[in-house]
Design a protein around this ligand. Structure first.
Ligand code: NDP
Length: 454
């Protein structure tokens, strides 16, 4: 063979692992380099541990709600942060082991070292100080959370990476950002009893989501005691007498124990040798790829967060499948980015698929809107003010359901099933034809008869 490997993959996250396993199973020789732990952001310091923290956080409210159902608490209730962190770490270790075993079973050669490109076919294994060559190379290095380095004292703030291993649960926290990570962690820490403040530069959180979801989210934040400060940013962070002081552009100052940057993630391409290999990037660092995941260098491919298309684990996995099918199984397969369901694990969570009302109006002019805004049965006896909103965006002529947007308990679970219907192009009449399942919150999906008047 001309090269050491048929395929060399850099990065053992969701996309890289799936692609390596599938390609290796075709009989091709596959090498996979990972400088950190196999599993990537999602498993090690993202979706998976985050969801465990969400569950931990929700229990606090569940204890309170239970009293409305007759449960009586005797004595103090306590939360042990270190126990949660240790249990979470144990589970992550287990998952990491499963990933490694599956790679080995598939015959992938896993190299635990940083790898950088030297040219279009050569990869330097930094930890082993040697070069290997490959016919094809797949870049799947993911992204990394960013701080605003133009702000004095920015290094005093943590990012999501450190949030999973805080030495102790702080009393106060100030978070910057208005996207997935800022919101999810604001609810997590507020639910664990941390006095939490969220500082967002715009007027409404989750600005790319349907506006009704954002409005309801603002209300739920207030219910949960999260202080939301909008339309301002940090200008300086300093540390004095054991506390952090955050200066805001609106002139205010916030005193806190932990400052948390959740202002986005950037492709992890520093020092990767992309230039040497002839791989072009956007100014953001995102690797430019075509719809076959091919970079500007013909034999080098990239997928997942490093391409900054749709930064979600299931998307990276699907891209890995499409890459393996196309390049190694002679079965040209294109990734379909249409109707990808999304969830924000706020409390209550958000689940969304398809077009927002604003997007649909922009494309079609008039659209029909159906909304159901109610207090789920579970919260009534608990005297919990939390509400649920279910919204459908419908094409006025074809009757096709263009989008569905939910905030409320189990929204993420519900939206996965709704996404099948929306992606399949089902109409509102077909939703209505389905018999409701009573008593559930999701039954509203098939019971909305009146169009919302704006
Ligand atoms: P997002 O891109 O979702 O949000 C970043 C937020 O930070 C935006 O609100 C943005 O404001 C704000 N921001 C950007 N720069 C600055 C700045 N200099 N100062 C102040 N605010 C700033 O990033 P996240 O970090 O929340 O998440 C990264 C990605 O990870 C997401 O895009 C998502 O793909 C993925 N993810 C998915 C999850 C899920 O599926 N549940 C959970 C967590 C992460 P503005 O709105 O004005 O642009």
């Amino acid at each position: 063979m001309k090269y050491d490997y048929d395929l060399f993959v850099i990065g053992a996250g969701s996309g890289g692992v799936r692609a390596s396993r599938l390609v290796s199973q075709t009989g091709a020789k596959v090498g996979l380099a990972e400088e950190s732990r196999v599993g990537g952001t999602c498993v090690i310091r993202g979706c998976v541990p985050k969801k465990m923290f969400v569950y931990a956080s929700e229990f606090g409210r569940a204890f309170d709600d239970a009293q409305g159902y007759g449960w009586v608490q005797h004595g103090e209730r306590d939360f042990n942060w270190q126990l949660l962190v240790d249990n979470k770490d144990r589970e992550i270790d287990r998952l990491n082991g499963i990933y490694l075993t599956n790679l080995e079973k598939a015959g992938v050669e896993v190299l635990h070292t940083r790898a950088v490109l030297k040219d279009a076919h050569t990869v330097h294994l930094v930890g082993e100080d040697r070069d290997v060559t490959a016919d094809k190379i797949l870049i799947a290095v993911g992204g990394t959370p960013v701080r605003d380095t133009s702000i004095e004292g920015n290094e005093l703030g943590i990012t999501s990476a450190e949030a999973f291993h805080l030495p102790e649960l702080p009393k106060r926290m100030v978070i910057a950002g208005g996207g997935y990570i800022a919101i999810e962690f604001a609810f997590i820490f507020a639910g664990l009893g941390v006095e939490t403040t969220l500082v967002y530069r715009g007027p409404r959180l989750l600005k790319y989501f349907d506006e009704d979801l954002s409005k309801q989210l603002h209300v739920e934040m207030e219910h949960k005691g999260i202080r939301l400060i909008t339309e301002t940013i940090f200008t300086k962070i300093e540390e004095r007498e054991g506390e952090k002081i955050v200066h805001l552009a609106n002139g205010d100052t916030l005193h806190t124990d932990v400052v948390f940057w959740a202002i986005g993630r950037s492709p992890k391409v520093d020092g990767l040798g992309l230039k040497e290999a002839g791989v072009q990037t956007r100014p953001s660092g995102a690797v430019i790829t075509d719809d076959e995941h091919r970079t500007s260098q013909e034999n080098i491919f990239a997928l997942g967060d490093v391409t900054d298309k749709v930064n979600l684990t299931p998307v990276a996995i699907r891209e890995g499948v499409a890459f393996a099918e196309t390049q190694f199984k002679n079965n040209p397969t294109k990734m379909d980015y249409d109707c990808i369901p999304k969830a924000v694990f706020s409390q209550p969570p958000i689940g969304t698929v398809g077009m927002t009302e604003a997007e649909a109006r922009k494309e079609f002019g008039e659209v029909d809107i159906y909304k159901s805004d109610f207090r789920p049965m579970k919260h009534v006896l608990a005297n919990n003010p939390e509400r649920m909103l279910i919204k459908l965006v419908v094409h006025p002529e074809t009757d096709r359901v263009l989008g569905c947007h939910i905030i409320g308990d189990d929204a993420a679970e519900i939206i996965q099933a709704v996404a099948i219907a929306v992606k399949a192009g089902l109409t509102k009449a077909q939703f209505d034809n389905t018999v409701a399942l009573h008593p559930t919150a999701a039954e509203e999906l098939v019971l909305m008869r009146e169009k919302a008047v704006n």
